[in-house]
Design a protein around this ligand. Structure first.
Ligand code: FES
Length: 187
């Protein structure tokens, strides 16, 4: 024993020390809560890329769609966010493979007044001057790749959607249709 006694702590210094200790503990707690919050935020951020906007629609597996021989109608449901209003829509596209074996995704909306075009019979599609789609409203005709032809001459071709390929699936951006080719009226 060195004969020294611990210094007596006065009331003022006791309050000072306990105050600092309190601040230290609060700081540690705040730090760990902050770390937890940061970790949670990061976890959520990592999950975000898996979510896709409502206007990006999955149509199916590339392998299956690439094997379509004729025309296939593929339906979809989507929720489009318009400012702060979410709108649910249902629709469909026609999928076919063009002569180069490339996926062709056509909008069924007639460019005359917006009715829905329908695929023609195999016979009409196989004719020398083939008609691929016809509109039941006023008879506009489009060829197999959506160009206005026959009685549709003078109209814009059907709009198409660029196929977006990811993880072996085909997606389209509903808000970015590609306008069809303009045609000249038959004279
Ligand atoms: S709306 Fe299609 S021909 Fe008129």
């Amino acid at each position: 024993m060195n004969g020294r006694l611990p210094k007596k702590i006065g009331r003022r210094s006791f309050l000072g020390i306990s105050g600092k200790l309190g601040l230290g503990i609060t700081g540690i707690l705040a730090g760990s809560t902050g770390l937890f919050y940061y970790g949670e935020t990061q976890r959520r951020k990592r999950a975000t890329p898996k979510e896709r906007p409502g206007n990006i629609i999955e149509l199916g597996k590339l392998e299956r769609l690439s094997a379509i021989a004729g025309i296939e109608k593929v339906e979809y449901e989507a929720t489009i966010q318009d400012a702060w209003v979410a709108k649910s829509i249902k629709g469909f596209v026609y999928i076919t493979n063009d002569t180069n074996g490339q996926l062709l995704i056509l909008s069924p909306i007639c460019t005359h007044l917006g009715c829905t075009v329908e695929p023609t019979s195999d016979k009409e599609r196989g004719a020398i001057d083939p008609i691929g789609y016809r509109c039941p409203c006023h008879g506009a005709e489009f060829d197999s790749i959506g160009n206005a032809t026959g009685s549709g001459r003078g109209l814009q071709g059907l709009a198409t959607f660029k196929p977006l390929i990811a993880d072996g699936s085909v997606y389209i951006n509903l808000l970015s249709p590609v306008e069809g080719r303009a045609s000249t009226r038959r004279t």
